[in-house]
Write a protein that binds this ligand. Structure first.
Ligand code: NAD
Length: 304
């Protein structure tokens, strides 16, 4: 069993690290928020007081941080991972960050003599707790193989998406398409209703027709139609508006640097910004229906 370093013990990082402990590894965990380190100790994660202490003697280090700026800080600044980890430590960033930062981290790590993988995840906090996350990995073939056994206790699926930043690319594009589909489902649900269709009838038709999509089947934004929908639960997330907006921002940034017009993604980003301006950032993404019908069934008056 290995010594594993962990940086970032938030909503995702703590349960992911806990699954490595359950698999028999020693996990040395650090977070800038001391309370997060103390809480993680309850799951058997060995508290570390600094990045240096977390990576000390580790075969592999995982980082699970909010955004690209945090990942740059943890890897690239004084006292950061690329300064204090041993050169034979495998480095894995599982945060969801922008493509350009992921590329920059690959370049910096390679230059400093490290193996680095970008490995963002899908599956949310329930998947993190259950050890069933989907990992999308950008790495050289042999580095992917070397890291796989450490990822397995946290994963339901592990995909080798390609080389540098390919994991982030897959995650960003997937979530962009999800957001656009979600907007379509919200508009469709309201229009079908106004045309006089029952939601159940419309859903049963669309899910075996060309209008089928994942948010249609799992997030239908009307209470009592689909078991897994946030609409059944006052639009509590689920997948929060703020997180979806963050992920769309990564897609839009990618569109800019790659020269790809992303008109539909921009439109949904604007719709999410409107919800955020009105205090709905912590609501589920399917609160998108509020922009179409503020009186939609199941929507609370306010969200806090
Ligand atoms: P979070 O904010 O709960 O946790 C991030 C942690 O990183 C925090 O505890 C924070 O204190 C810590 N941190 C920030 N800067 C640090 C630094 N310099 N050094 C050490 N620790 C630092 O976020 P989360 O929900 O755990 O998400 C982490 C990443 O996973 C994000 O990129 C997110 O987009 C992605 N993600 C989240 C979900 C989800 O459902 N929450 C699902 C899939 C992917």
């Amino acid at each position: 069993m290995a010594i594993i370093g962990w940086v970032g013990l938030g909503n995702m990082g703590r349960p992911m690290a806990a699954n490595l402990v359950k698999a028999g590894h020693t996990v040395q965990g650090f977070d800038v928020v001391e309370a997060a380190v103390t809480a993680a100790a309850e799951d058997g994660i060995t508290p570390a007081k600094s990045i240096e202490e977390a990576v000390n003697g580790a075969e592999i280090v995982f980082t699970m941080l909010p955004k690209g700026e945090h990942a740059r800080s943890v890897y690239l600044t004084d006292g950061g991972v690329l300064e204090v980890a041993s050169k034979d430590t495998i480095l894995v960033d599982s945060s969801t960050i922008d493509f350009d930062t992921a590329r920059a981290l690959h370049d910096a790590a390679r230059e400093a003599g490290y193996v680095f993988l970008d490995a963002p995840v899908s599956g949310g906090v329930t998947g993190a707790a259950a050890g069933t996350l989907t990992f999308m990995v950008g790495a050289e073939d042999e580095d992917f193989e070397a890291a796989k056994k450490y990822i397995e206790p946290m994963a339901g699926n592990i995909f080798h998406a390609g080389g540098d930043a390919a994991g982030q690319a897959a995650k960003i594009v997937n979530n962009m398409m999800l957001a656009i589909s979600a907007q379509g489902v919200a508009e469709g649900a309201v229009l079908a209703d106004r045309f006089g269709l029952s939601h159940e009838t419309f859903l049963n038709i669309a899910k075996v027709s060309s209008g089928d999509s994942w948010p249609l089947r799992t997030w239908y934004p009307v209470p009592g139609v689909v078991d897994t929908a946030a609409a059944n639960n006052g639009f509590k997330p689920g997948f929060a508006v703020s997180l979806m907006r963050k992920d769309l921002g990564l897609a839009l940034a990618g569109g800019e640097t790659q020269g790809v017009p992303l008109d539909a993604a921009q439109l949904v980003a604007d719709k999410l910004d409107k919800l955020i301006d009105e205090g709905w950032e912590l609501a589920d993404t399917m609160a998108l229906i509020r922009n179409i019908d503020p009186e939609a069934e199941g929507l609370p008056k306010n969200f806090s």
